[in-house]
Design a protein around this ligand. Structure first.
Ligand SMILES: Cc1cc2nc3c(=O)[nH]c(=O)nc-3n(C[C@H](O)[C@H](O)[C@H](O)COP(=O)(O)OP(=O)(O)OC[C@H]3O[C@@H](n4cnc5c(N)ncnc54)[C@H](O)[C@@H]3O)c2cc1C
Length: 275
């Protein structure tokens, strides 16, 4: 849609060209959400496209995903053979409700900054122990784990004008085994639950660690880490402890009770698959 409150579009070639942040400014990534509804409080868009960030850089340490990397680019990524979790990129992207236009224009950073419970790129990067690099307007860069970046439905830790620069996925997480489950109340609807488990190989360490990342059914990602693979009983107990009955997200895509049921059901399936 046309945004008739926009007076100016800035196209910087470096982020520090925007030294002063004013009310009404907004970073523009793929624009798929920004142009989907009126933005009455926004008067200036600052296009990130001219920054020319390399979308994906793979090194021995892991994968650096620029915030401006398009969903379609991540979908096409093929990592080294040892990165066994790379197929999870596609599993999560396929769980993302989107049209052809969103598929080709939306960015990984835009999806994370929207901070929706059903943000599939949040699920993916939190599940793979991603760490965000943030560029404040007037300070040194800082890093925040993805799991702590989102603080609630459409809420995150970004300060006014702060830019999400990139997300780092460590090679150690990319090399793990994984299992994922997702459910929507309606076909092609938003995720009601998207749950990811990762684990080391049995024998790699005593008992193989297990990381469970719960998204979509909760307003923000919830992570449960176990030093060794839990039993079904231990997992259920940990869920009871860390996720109170009122800790689930209720909306038109599912009641909190339904999402809680899916969370327990899928968590146990994932545990059994990886055990
Ligand atoms: C019809 C429709 C259905 C959708 N369904 C889903 C769904 O099922 N699941 C889901 O997760 N999302 C869904 N979305 C929203 C989707 O998350 C966004 O459209 C998309 O991911 C945003 O990416 P973008 O690059 O286009 O961001 P933009 O629209 O350009 O920006 C989104 C927001 O993030 C800010 N932003 C963008 N990049 C940065 C950055 N690097 N640093 C700081 N701030 C930044 C912008 O200022 C803006 O506030 C849907 C959207 C639409 C229109």
């Amino acid at each position: 849609m046309n945004l008739n409150t926009i007076l100016e579009v800035k196209r910087p070639s470096a982020a520090d060209q925007i030294s002063q942040w004013r009310e009404g400014y907004a970073w523009l990534a793929g624009g798929t959400w920004l142009f989907s509804e009126p933005q009455v409080a926004t008067s200036t868009l600052i296009d990130l496209d001219g920054l020319g960030w390399t979308p994906l850089s793979a090194t021995a340490d892991g994968l650096e995903i620029a915030a401006t990397c398009r969903v379609a680019d991540l979908h096409a990524f093929k990592g080294p053979a040892g990165w066994r979790a790379v197929p999870l990129f596609r599993d999560c992207i396929d769980a993302f409700l989107m049209s052809f236009k969103i598929w080709n224009a939306a960015t990984i950073g835009g999806n994370i900054c929207m901070s929706l419970p059903a943000g599939a790129m949040i699920s993916l990067t939190a599940g793979l122990e991603g760490v965000c690099t943030l560029w404040p307007r007037d300070g040194q860069p800082r890093t925040v784990p993805v799991v702590d970046f989102v603080t609630g439905n459409h809420k995150n830790v970004l300060q006014p004008g702060e830019l999400l620069r990139s997300i780092h996925l460590p090679a150690s997480a990319l090399s793990k085994r994984y299992a994922m489950r997702q459910m929507s109340l309606t076909r092609l609807g938003r995720s009601a639950a998207l749950i990811i488990g990762t684990a080391e190989d049995p024998g790699a360490k005593e008992g193989a660690d297990f990381l469970l990342t719960i998204t979509a059914s909760t307003p923000r990602p919830v992570q449960l880490r176990f030093a060794k693979m839990p039993s079904a009983e231990e997992l259920r107990h940990a869920l009871n402890e860390q996720l109170p009955v009122d800790g689930y997200f209720q909306d038109v895509h599912g009641s909190a009770r339904y999402k809680r049921h899916l969370t327990y059901y899928f968590a146990e399936q994932i545990r059994a698959e990886l055990a």
